[in-house]
Design a protein around this ligand. Structure first.
Ligand code: NDP
Ligand code: 2IT
Length: 437
């Protein structure tokens, strides 16, 4: 860790992500000296390539705006670089390196041939018109296009990048290259997208939680569920948790959270899509629309629930939140977002021996269906929604089984340890086989 901190000064989110992995991996590496001898972990923390570029664009008032653009091509040992693009004002190199590093192990866990990468911009979509978003996306792709390709690097969505942005990015790539290829995933279903990709992360997260609950002979039926965020992942999680008999009582935004004691289901879930499409960054209008309570500047974790699904952003659930959840008898926490729980919160969950699924395992369903989209594009074929959903369920079961295999000690499964070791072994063995490159 001293080396990582010295070589990547000030990148605190990146340090946090590496520490979480290193803590669990180092004892395993010590027992398997082929990994330490060839310095696999030391090589893994260093991205293969980092691209940083200028993104100039013009707003509706004719003013010139300049943002930073990035793509971290982290590791290609088991497949082309793969991972989302995040457009959010908080984006820095540290955030994208933490996400790219996690993505290597997550993609390995999916069982599909995908390396790890992540990119994005500090562009703030809040309050922007569709024309502004389009001009921004075109400018972003005018540089990115030369670094990506269906066998090189295949970006997708993340915070602030959904179907609309993927469309604008794809259109610009196609125009510059004169090629219709599967260069991005999360495309529209009419032009090469996979059915179920929008739902995949949230559904996958609930499938993973369902597997964890099954180890205790339990399920979502009759359980109360707190979800944070109101974006793509939260939406999918709310649909599936409700379908399996759970009652979702919260969603949240940067402005606070709403508590709906009757459960967020049916048209209320569809309303989340409207909220997201306004680009307004708030969840409060839900409270007015459905006459429920809004808690400004608070997080949903203070409510008494059986299951918590953090689906918004990194470090959104800290030790105080974890204490409240545990005191209120939470039995399962499954991360839809990447690194939403702080290290102190994770420790509290594990001490209390509750079921805790880390993002790299629990939210891998999104990138897994992206991998299936790549396969469909290569085949020039498309599977039905049922076929994709079945494959997704199979993959989430397999990821859960890998976590059990590497993370169980006696009665308790440490899913963090399980996910980190299982994800690492495949990448490490591929790196050894491919020599010092
Ligand atoms: P979206 O942009 O669709 O949604 C993110 C949501 O969270 C937005 O509504 C956002 O509002 C809100 N949000 C931001 N900050 C906070 C906060 N502090 N408290 C509460 N809500 C907040 O993104 P996604 O749903 O795609 O991504 C959510 C998380 O899931 C991210 O951590 C992402 O990395 C992860 N993830 C996404 C996958 C995908 O396929 N999309 C796959 C795997 C993981 P606003 O944007 O207005 O700030
Ligand atoms: O964090 C993630 O796994 C994603 N944002 C999805 C990446 C992808 O390539 O689908």
């Amino acid at each position: 860790m001293d080396g990582v901190i010295a070589n990547n000064p000030g990148e605190k989110e990146f340090h946090q992500a590496v520490l979480e992995v290193a803590e669990k991996l180092i004892p395993f590496i010590e027992e398997n000296p082929q990994y330490s001898k060839l310095k696999i972990l030391e090589r893994l923390v260093e991205p293969e390539r980092v691209i940083m570029f200028r993104v100039p664009w013009q707003d509706d008032a004719g003013e010139v705006q300049i943002n930073k653009g990035y793509r971290v091509e982290y590791n290609s040992a088991i497949g082309p670089y793969k991972g989302g693009l995040r457009f959010h004002p908080s984006v820095t190199l540290s955030i994208l390196k933490f996400l790219g590093f996690e993505q290597i192990l997550k993609n390995s866990l999916t069982t599909l041939p995908m390396g790890g990468g992540k990119g994005g911009s500090n562009f703030n979509p809040k309050g922007k018109s569709d024309n502004e978003i389009m001009r921004f996306c075109q400018s972003f792709m005018s540089e990115l296009y030369r670094h990506i390709g269906p066998n090189t690097d295949v970006p997708a969505g993340d915070i602030g990048v959904g179907g609309k942005e993927i469309g604008f990015l794809f259109g610009q790539y196609k125009k510059l290259k004169n090629e219709f290829t599967g260069i991005l995933t999360g495309k529209g279903r009419e032009w090469g997208g996979s059915l179920m990709r929008p739902e995949a992360t949230g559904f996958g997260n609930v499938y993973f939680a369902q597997e964890m609950l099954a180890t205790k002979g339990d399920s979502f039926k009759g359980k109360t569920v707190a979800i944070s965020g109101f974006g793509n992942v939260s939406w999918g999680a709310a649909i599936k948790a409700t379908e399996l008999g759970g009652k979702v009582v919260t969603i949240s935004g940067p402005d606070g959270y709403i508590y709906d004691p009757n459960g967020i289901s049916g048209e209320k879930i569809e309303y989340m899509l409207e909220l997201r499409a306004t680009n307004n960054d708030v969840v409060a209008p839900y409270a007015e629309e459905f006459d429920v309570e809004f808690f400004p500047n608070k997080r949903p974790w203070e409510q008494k629930v059986d299951i918590a699904l953090p689906c918004a952003i990194q470090n959104e659930l800290n030790a105080d939140d974890a204490k409240k959840l545990v005191a209120n008898g939470v039995m399962c926490v499954s991360e839809g977002a990447n690194m939403p729980c702080t290290p102190e919160a994770i420790e509290l969950f594990q001490e209390a021996k509750i079921l805790y699924g880390p993002g790299k395992a629990a939210n891998a369903g999104g990138v897994a269906v992206s991998g299936l989209e790549m396969s469909q594009n290569s085949l020039r074929f498309s599977w039905t929604a049922e076929e994709v959903d079945q494959k997704l369920q199979r993959i989430m079961k397999d990821i859960h089984a890998s976590c059990i295999k590497y993370g169980t000690d006696g009665e308790y499964t440490d899913y963090v340890k399980g996910a980190n070791i299982a994800g690492f072994v495949k990448v490490a063995d591929a790196m050894i086989a491919q020599g010092l490159v």
